[in-house]
Design a protein around this ligand. Structure first.
Ligand code: IYT
Ligand code: CU
Ligand code: CU
Length: 316
């Protein structure tokens, strides 16, 4: 409850002819219920191309559980802030995740010469910041929260463009009481080379471990592996593993149905499940593709060769 947290509100600041910063903060909110998700939006302050080159989080450690930054054309609301839990979402059109901050996890840094492209042709004209307020007991004094993010931006074209490759399962069903269910996802990669530098896993309560791989000439190389029960930030990826035309990208989520009395499906509530493996990569700006996804379930034959670690739960 540091009052200085709320002096600064959402704004844009010009540093010089190329560089500027955008500060996106909650407008002094007082969540009253634990596990509230609030969103706020801010327009990309230029119609031209611009690049995010750094993220600086400002989060109250005692209340903010996690923050996600999305880019899109149309936020679902134009209010100064709104409840964006399972009922109302973040964006009315396609949302692209660009940053995740989670308590007790180190913040992600973009490599040098890498930027997320926004504005004009990128389809990203608005930012939406989502904040998950976990424990609200610190709000008993009714102080206002202005947690958020500063984006360091530039209009200078960057040599490399950051992007997200999302692998997600759409059809996993977890049977009650069954000890192990794997959600396997795989797609052939048929584009210009990508260089993964961070990854993020996401499941709800039943996920034990999520692992992502590149398969080249039959050999599986780990991009990243994490427990989705740890803070769901972007963690550093295995830097040696790039992905090029002809490779396969694959991911497995290991779930348990223990403790459940009915089937669990993919869905939006905390009683449902999700299986997501996000790869944050950079790509030569000459032929950059900022968002790709894979929703195909991988074949049994392919996944016969997945390394054993993908089936070993990570204790938390
Ligand atoms: C059904 C499912 O798995 N939903 C995920 C992945 C997802 C992310 C985005 C789906 C779409 C998106 O536009 I961005 I369509 C999901 O909702 N994941 C949550 C957040 O919404 C990002 C997460 O925390 O990863
Ligand atoms: Cu959270
Ligand atoms: Cu989810």
């Amino acid at each position: 409850s540091d009052p200085s947290e709320c002096v600064s509100r959402t704004k844009q600041q010009v540093l010089n002819s190329h560089n500027f910063s955008v500060e996106i903060r909650m407008p002094g909110v007082v969540p009253t219920v634990s596990d509230t998700y609030l969103c706020t939006t801010f327009p990309v302050p230029t119609s031209r191309d611009a690049y995010i080159v750094d993220f600086i989080p400002h989060a109250s450690m005692d209340t903010v559980h996690h923050m996600l930054l999305f880019g899109c054309r149309t936020p679902v609301s134009t209010s100064s802030y709104w409840d964006c839990g399972s009922v109302q979402g973040t964006c009315a059109d396609e949302a692209s995740i660009m940053y995740a901050w989670a308590r007790n996890a180190p913040p992600t840094k973009l490599p040098k010469d890498v930027g997320f492209k926004v504005g004009r042709n990128s389809g990203i004209s608005n930012f939406v910041l989502q904040i998950h307020y976990g424990d609200v007991t610190a709000f008993r004094d009714h102080h206002r929260d202005c947690s958020g993010l500063t984006l360091r931006m530039t209009s200078k074209p960057q040599p490399f463009i950051a992007g997200i490759y999302l692998l997600m399962s759409v059809d996993t069903v977890i049977l009650p009481g069954k000890r192990v269910t794997n959600a396997d996802i795989a797609c052939d990669y048929t584009s210009y080379p990508i260089y993964p530098f961070a990854f993020r896993t996401h499941t709800h309560h039943l996920g034990k471990v999520v692992s992502g791989y590149r398969i080249r000439d039959g050999k599986w190389s780990l991009i990243g592996r994490q427990s989705p029960q740890l803070p769901q930030a972007f963690y550093p990826a295995n830097k040696e593993v790039n992905v090029k035309y002809g490779d396969t990208i694959a991911a497995r989520c290991l779930f348990t149905g223990e403790g459940r009395t009915s089937k669990t499906y993919i869905g939006g509530t905390s009683d449902d499940e999700m299986c997501n493996f996000y790869i944050m990569y950079y790509m030569d700006s000459k032929h950059a593709i900022p968002y790709m996804n894979c929703m195909e379930s991988g074949s049994k034959e392919l996944f016969q060769h997945i390394p054993a670690e993908a089936s070993v739960p990570i204790a938390v």
